[in-house]
Design a protein around this ligand. Structure first.
Ligand code: DGP
Length: 114
């Protein structure tokens, strides 16, 4: 399958996994948008929330619930923001669902209507 995140998971594209379990893995974003910017990526390939099964949702939720215990090690003690870009309007560029984890600094909340 020609998917960057599947290739990273298999080690075919180099990337340091800062966390991994049976459900998800976490890597640093190659193009960080905050002082700390990670991606939590489900191991099972699916593109969009629409394609998520109940088992996928449970697996991702188990992953999300690990974040508080990782926060100190990842430099996210001050808080963090989780973002899923979904589809073209959101600027999704990799079509393997993933959660951005942003932090390491105070984050403003832009008014995107402007
Ligand atoms: P999105 O635009 O929401 O689909 O986010 C995709 C993110 O994936 C983007 O912030 C850049 C990141 N990314 C793309 N290719 C690679 C890669 O090869 N390695 C890493 N670490 N991140 C990547």
């Amino acid at each position: 399958m020609d998917c960057i995140f599947c290739k990273i998971d298999k080690g075919e594209i180099p990337s340091e996994k800062v966390y991994e379990d049976d459900d998800v893995f976490v890597i640093r974003d190659i193009d960080p948008k905050a002082e700390k910017h990670y991606l939590m990526i489900p191991k099972r390939h699916y593109k969009l929330i629409d394609e998520m099964t109940d088992a996928d949702a449970a697996a991702l939720m188990r992953g999300l619930r690990k974040i508080p215990s990782l926060a100190g090690r990842l430099g996210l003690d001050g808080g963090y923001r989780l973002v899923i870009n979904q589809g073209d309007d959101a600027g999704q560029s990799v079509f393997h669902l993933h959660v951005h984890i942003l932090g390491g600094q105070p984050l403003d909340f832009p008014d995107l209507k402007k």
